[in-house]
Design a protein. Structure first.
Length: 450
């Protein structure tokens, strides 16, 4: 085992060392070699060292270098050194984090991390947190808590009796609602098509004046950090309107919730603490390894009611309950270990610097592209940049050229009817040099289509 893990560590370090010199996307040749990992299932065991060597030789070249400093697609973070190392150690521990009796260390670290997170994000100290796979599952868990709460007020036990015959729930979303929220609503039986959509402004923010009259069991879904523009809904005003009508307010803050941790950007999410539940990712702006998300609920009892099950063999350790009572999974990996490590390594100032630095680099991209005559479509308030290179067909050609060139990787989108390239700066590993190198490559590729 010692020799195997040492060999694996050497190969992993070699991979990290290659990130600065390799292309961000794998080559066609590297992708073609993936077929060599297939074939019939071997009849006999294979030596573990041979397996790791094969994975490194064929698998490593076929990866997307998203943990490096020049990947700007899909709001993907890298892996902080402390978080990556903690992930390795936690994998060695192989803890089932569902219950304290199965992993006292995981339960303790999650409890500590919960306090740190609520303080850092300026959320109510009484809130409860569940450690889930990502924002999709965090949205689902939070909306399950919301479903429980609004139906309980109406005298209905949804966990016991389901939705058959239940009072209808009105779900209000903005026109720029993220698909993960719609996916969660469909899984929960609340539907994607029956939501009430509210118009948004030119930045993708919900218009408070357009909010419909609210009555009965209602859930209002807001966002902190539009996935394209980076803009945040006017949370303060919308929370006040929704709560005056007795509605539950949920905030999808997959990456934008972290703006609260940067004093210079916190005004963008003013009022976010007034919501009832929140969803965010740790594998985006906190830069922990995949997969890692957080569901946060102001009144933990609602989340616990939505997620809990009981059986004689399941020990109840304390009044707060077990970790599995706040997440959909009963058995899960100890993902709180790397969240703890990331927060401990960065501290309050380090998290703020990571957020602010990403936003500053996004502004540099926008300024450089605008100076070259290209159209920046959004107000760059955080880490997101939308740019058009002319007609839709030209913009798509430029995106394809940048992706093929390999210095960096950016994705495409359609923003309020216009084709655009989307730049998301989310990695701790991105440097001034990465920005300059990437911007030069973007401009060189775009110039070919003028």
């Amino acid at each position: 085992m010692h020799d195997l893990l040492q060999m694996t560590a050497t190969r992993a370090l070699g991979y990290l060392d290659s990130l600065d010199t390799r292309g961000v996307m794998p080559t066609p040749a590297a992708l073609a070699r993936l077929a060599e990992l297939g074939g019939p299932l071997p009849d006999r065991p294979t030596d573990a060292a041979e397996i790791i060597a094969l994975l490194d030789q064929i698998g490593s070249p076929a990866t997307v270098a998203s943990t490096g400093g020049r990947y700007y697609g899909f709001v993907v973070g890298g892996a902080l050194p402390a978080a990556l190392a903690a992930n390795w150690l936690a994998a060695t521990w192989d803890q089932n984090a569902g219950t304290a009796v199965l992993s006292p260390v995981s339960a303790a670290l999650e409890a500590i991390t919960q306090g740190w997170l609520l303080d850092l994000l300026a959320l109510p100290a009484e809130s409860g947190i569940g450690f889930v796979t990502g924002a999709t599952m965090a949205n689902l868990s939070a909306l399950a808590a919301a479903r429980h709460a609004v139906l309980a007020r109406a005298g209905w036990d949804v966990e016991a009796d389901g939705l058959f015959g239940a009072p209808p729930i009105t779900v209000v979303v903005g026109d720029e609602v993220h698909v993960s929220v719609l996916k969660a609503l469909s899984v929960l039986g609340l539907g994607r098509a029956r939501v009430v959509r509210v118009p948004v402004d030119g930045h993708g923010r919900m218009r408070p004046a357009a909010l419909p009259s609210l009555a009965g069991p209602t859930i209002v879904c807001l966002h902190a950090g539009n996935v394209d523009s980076g803009a945040c809904d006017p949370l303060d005003e919308l929370c006040a309107i929704a709560h005056a009508a007795g509605a539950w307010v949920h905030v999808d803050g997959a990456f934008g919730l972290w703006l609260a941790a940067a004093p210079a950007r916190a005004q963008l999410v003013r009022g976010v603490a007034n919501a009832d539940s929140w969803a965010t990712d740790a594998h985006k702006w906190l830069n922990v390894p995949y997969d890692s998300g957080l569901v946060i609920c102001r009144r933990p009892e609602h989340l616990r009611a939505a997620m809990s099950v009981s059986a004689a063999y399941l020990e109840q350790q304390d009044a707060r309950g077990e970790p599995y009572q706040y997440t959909p999974e009963m058995s899960r990996r100890a993902r709180g270990v790397e969240v703890w490590a990331a927060l401990r390594s960065l501290g309050r100032a380090g998290v703020a610097d990571l957020i602010e630095r990403s936003c500053r680099y996004a502004t540099q991209f926008a300024d450089g592209l605008r100076a070259a005559g290209y159209q920046v479509l959004n107000e760059v308030v955080s880490n997101q940049v939308l740019v058009a290179f002319g007609a839709a067909a030209t913009t798509r050609q430029v995106i394809a050229a940048i992706q093929a060139e390999g210095t960096c990787w950016c994705g495409g989108t359609t923003w309020q009817g216009q084709a655009a390239m989307r730049i998301s700066v989310s990695s701790w590993a991105t440097t001034e040099a990465d920005v300059a190198r990437s911007l030069a490559a973007m401009l060189q590729c775009a110039a070919k289509f003028e």
